[in-house]
Design a binder for this molecule. Structure first.
Ligand code: NDP
Ligand code: MG
Length: 388
């Protein structure tokens, strides 16, 4: 198949969970999609294997030690040009020949490459929610100014995007994000003090990276997604709701002013939204089996319990406060999760750390990216020094 007929994809975070689901989609559609560039932080062997399998011309490792090892061990074959560092990552996001850039790195490090892809005028498939939570105002403003399309890859936002197509914003009453409720949906509250990292990363429906799995267990993930939805769809917190849906089949709802509600449904696998974004606006057969209505299954919905999931209310608070508050929420959560996963902090400290950061740090409007990154760093210092 000639390359000119295939969409050229740059995949940032190729070695992660979204990355590996993206590779499944690419394997299924070699006639439509090709990989122009990939990145990882330090997992150089896995990145080299991807480059060999997909004959990827450009790769970036952001960790300098991993880059040196990769060079010394000559794990990349001669067909791949390997570069190193955060600037190279932004360079890859703006790769001239790329059509769509899928941002699937984890954490705030997604912001700069997202902005670089926007400046280069690329279509962006955005899985990295932290970029929008941290710098949503700047990302959306720059994307508008450059006329760049942001295709939401997070399953809930992808669902909303699909439900909104063909409707005007004035017709929308509210958006309802579904949440699985994570592994502790029914755990007695008295057992929360005993939760260990291995328990929190065990998600009932989705297989994901460690950070987002912990976020799902606390529902900080849904909090980040509320803020993400605010920026993507331009709605205030009063028009954003969350409902627990343990089966993770209805990926979110849009309720219109006439009371009609549209949902997007598919099995709980990220290959569905990833494929939707990469092929958009085309559609093609899915990588995996689709929903089978010849077998009985149930869909349940219930409101989230604020006592069980305090991170959700903290996210609403950050969104209502505006200014730098969402950035503080994001940074404080990242540090809290990092310290919990290292066994430095107990599980119940996660909301306490976020609360303390939101209390202590200024939440006035942030004038530019430098001020935003300074606030992000300040929240991280506070998070690292936090004691119960
Ligand atoms: P993983 O932890 O599985 O993968 C993260 C990827 O990013 C890896 O390729 C990793 O490289 C790379 N990476 C990690 N840290 C850095 C860094 N500091 N600089 C550059 N690259 C880095 O994460 P997920 O795939 O689970 O999640 C990716 C993003 O997508 C997150 O923002 C998450 O919130 C979002 N998301 C994920 C979903 C999922 O199902 N997993 C669903 C919806 C959204 P290396 O392997 O070398 O460490
Ligand atoms: Mg999601």
């Amino acid at each position: 198949m000639p390359d000119s007929t295939r969409k050229k994809i740059v995949l940032l975070g190729a070695t992660g969970s979204i990355g590996s689901n993206t590779l499944r989609v690419l394997r299924e559609h070699p006639d439509r999609l090709t990989l122009a560039g990939v990145s990882a932080r330090s997992n150089y062997r896995a990145l080299a294997e991807i480059c060999t399998e997909f004959k990827v011309p450009h790769a970036v490792l952001t960790d300098p030690q991993a880059y040196q090892k990769a060079q010394a061990e000559k794990v990349f074959d001669g067909n791949t040009q390997l570069a190193c560092g955060a600037e190279a990552l932004s360079g890859l996001a703006g790769l001239p020949e790329a059509d769509t850039v899928l941002i699937a790195v984890v954490g705030a490090c997604g912001l700069q490459p997202t902005l670089a892809a926007i400046e280069a005028g690329k279509d962006i498939a955005l899985a990295n929610k932290e970029a929008l939570v941290l710098g949503g105002a700047f990302v959306i403003e720059r994307a508008r100014a450059k006329g760049v399309r942001i295709l939401p890859t997070d399953s809930e936002h992808n669902a909303i995007f699909q439900c909104l197509e063909g409707h005007s914003p004035a017709q929308v009453e509210r958006i309802i994000l579904t949440a699985s409720g994570g592994p502790f949906r029914e755990t007695p509250l008295t057992d929360f003090a005993k939760v260990r990292p291995a328990d929190a990363v065990r998600h009932p429906n989705w297989s994901m990276g460690h950070k987002i799995s912990v976020d799902s267990s606390t529902m900080a993930n849904k909090g980040l997604e509320l803020i993400e939805a605010h920026w993507l769809f331009g709605l205030p917190p009063e028009q954003l709701q969350v409902v627990i849906h343990p089966q993770s089949i209805a990926h979110s709802f849009v309720q219109f002013i006439d009371g009609s509600i549209l949902a997007q449904m598919s099995p709980p696998s990220m290959t569905f939204p990833i494929q939707h974004c990469l092929l958009y606006p085309e559609r093609a057969p899915s990588v995996e089996p689709t929903l089978n209505f010849q077998e009985a299954f149930q869909l349940e919905f219930s409101p989230p319990d604020p006592q069980r999931f305090p991170c959700l209310e903290l996210a609403y608070q950050a969104l209502r406060n505006g200014g730098g508050a969402p950035a503080v929420f994001n940074a404080a959560n990242e540090i809290a999760v990092e310290r919990f996963l290292k066994d430095e902090l107990p599980y119940l400290a996660i909301p306490k750390l976020i609360d303390a950061a939101l209390e202590q740090l200024a939440t006035t409007a942030v004038p530019n990216i430098d001020a935003l990154l300074a606030l992000d760093s300040e929240a991280r210092v506070l998070g690292r020094e936090f004691k119960l």
